[in-house]
Design a binder for this molecule. Sequence first.
Ligand code: FES
Length: 399
Amino acid sequence: MAPVYFAVIPYAAMVIAVAGGIYRYFADRFSYSSFSSQLLEDQTLFWGSVPWHYGITIILFAHVIPIFAPSLWVWLHSDPMRMLIFELIGSALGLLAIFGLLALILRRILSRRAAAVTSVMDWVLLAGLLLQVSAGAYITLFYRWGSMWYVYTAAPWLRSLFMFSPRPDLITALPWVVRFHALNAFVLIGLFPFTRLVHIFTVPVSYLWRPYQVVIWNGPGREAGAIGTGGNGGGVTRRGFFRKAVIWALSGAAGIVTAVPALRFIINAQPLSGLVWSKVGDVGPLPVDSPVSMNFEMRSTEAYMHQMVLHDVWVVRRSAGGFAVFSPICPHLGCHYKWDPEMAHFECPCHGSVFTIDGRVIAGPAPRPLDTLPYRIENGTLYVKWERFQVGIPKKVRV
Ligand code: FES
């Protein structure tokens, strides 16, 4: 799939969602609702809606945390037992969401009353959601430890989109099902203004202060008969025209703002940050042929965000003389690997890749050796240039 899709489709979806969402809100505010059909059928609805909403909400939240707090996420997953627990909880929530969604779909098919009020866009939305959660379940089953490798692959891609500096190359090396899952998520976002998904932003707090006697007659062709809404019999007043113009201006402005990054990507104006030397520590006490994990803080600047980020590297003092400094990120799918002193090799817990002390692959799916980082020693102190490389491909390509 051409990389350009991963920069253009997300922004196109956001433009449609923001501009269309604003337009719908102002032009047809009372359609901002889930159009609940609870009164028509509520038994199956309970078994569908409750598991679906609990499952999908928590899963979505778990997709968002690594985008904005990757260090916290990596720390949470740095212990194999915690990683296993997260994987199990994620799988259980995924099953819960699938169960709920299937119940909602069956209800729309089997309940004649619910089927009667189901629109074409409802079916499109349900099909899109089913594809999305099925792809998510497939990834969980066949590409284990997704909660870990996500933080080094799709999460940085999503972060780059939020930073208005799209990096589609971060995701194009991933398996097709992961790429489909990512793009389908944005297709669903693009469907937002045309479906009942708008209810995500329906927070009914206005009922707290809205006068209770207001009666709104809302439906196709009923504007002329509106009670208390200032209906004018169908003619276009100056006020109505002005209101429409404001809605179009707002929607258009929001659309343009979100379209700019996509255009910027198309004309290839994305900036690349330069590498800097970071001080890691004293190499004097390092043992020979026994890799040591060392960490250091580095100032990171992405778009308009500046923050101090903690990185760690594997440092090996070789008996033959000299050092090797390895990135801690497994070149398979980005998990953190460990040194096993008994076996005298590096081992990745995610899919079992094994590397020698000098980084060569001796087992598992890793497509290339461990990534070395540039280093220099000055007065006994190690300095490293931190960089990241694409995972899942045989060549070492800088991210
Ligand atoms: Fe798969 Fe390391 S991430 S083996």
